[in-house]
Design a protein around this ligand. Sequence first.
Ligand code: GLY
Length: 377
Amino acid sequence: MRVIIIGAGVAGLSIGWRLLQAGAEVVVLERAQPGHGATWASAGMIAVTGENGDAETPDAQFARYSGLLWPAFAAEIEAASGRKIAFRTDGALMTASNEAAAASFAVRAAASGGKVKFLSSAEAREFEPLLAPDIMGALYDPSEAQVDNRALGAALAAAFVRAGGELLANETVVRFRIAEDRVTGAVSPFATYHGDAFILAAGAWTTRIDALPPDAMPPVVPVKGEMIALAPPNADALPKRIVWGNEVYLVPRHDQLFVGATLSREGFDTSTTDGAANWLQSHAAGVMPALSEWEIAEHWAGLRPGSPDNLPILGETALKGLFVASGQFRNGILFAPAIAEALSSLVLGRAPPYSIAAFDPNRFRDQALLAKAGATG
Ligand code: GLY
């Protein structure tokens, strides 16, 4: 079987790698450089609790499942690529800024069977001495993890190529060839790539392809996120764990502290703004006052792939042979191993080990057809 994947981010490369391992021939076509979209711009958090709390929604359950796959996935990527990706399970603190939040964390901790722990203000500050004295307590999840997302993109690309995959950068797919109700080719300005199956894993750029009928077009929208990296006055000053609070998260990464992230829907604009940098640093300083003095060493923006219901969009579209892996929104890195497992299974005609029925791309089909009827009627 020959599979053409559009997008060399964490999703496209992971799915492609799994398909190669299962014996498929795989070509990945990337509009820019591998691992340089949302994969590069993210904070690399594997934040099952930080992003999803104790929700029982399908995406929260999927996040928990994928989080469990991450340690083995990380070890396998390092072994296959010969590169380090700095996967760390140092845990995370979710800080409470008022008594009600602290009380609700205490209840959650008590109901968690020891999985998460409630820390008083003093205990939280023993864990992370930079925390503001007015923090009312924190929820500590020791299983929260992170990975160096920039190293991850490069390592996945290396693992994919070492496994025999063909990876073409600067190769933008502009449209599909469709015969009856089946995709037969992916067309770039330079070539047409034929295959038995096609996977759209182009993140926020998933919709930038002509000639897809509306009911097969995944309704993905770019959701911009700006981040900054703060440089500590000395390496010892860096927090040890991920810290959440005051609408931001703080992620220690090598010798910097990443602070994220803004959320805005502005199309494909990836410009950075002083306003966002100031907002991020001042909110970070609300959690750890010393951060107001740290220098902003880097500032960047990326585009998350959002969906109308904030759930991922995973599975076969209305067009036979065209699959999609998009709409990961805030959880692209976290979901990667579970998406790789599910999409590679589906494309090979097998049931995914973890059901992704809730993320069926066809759940938007009626709305798309109605919108088209409205536009033409
Ligand atoms: N997962 C973090 C973010 O999307 O900002």
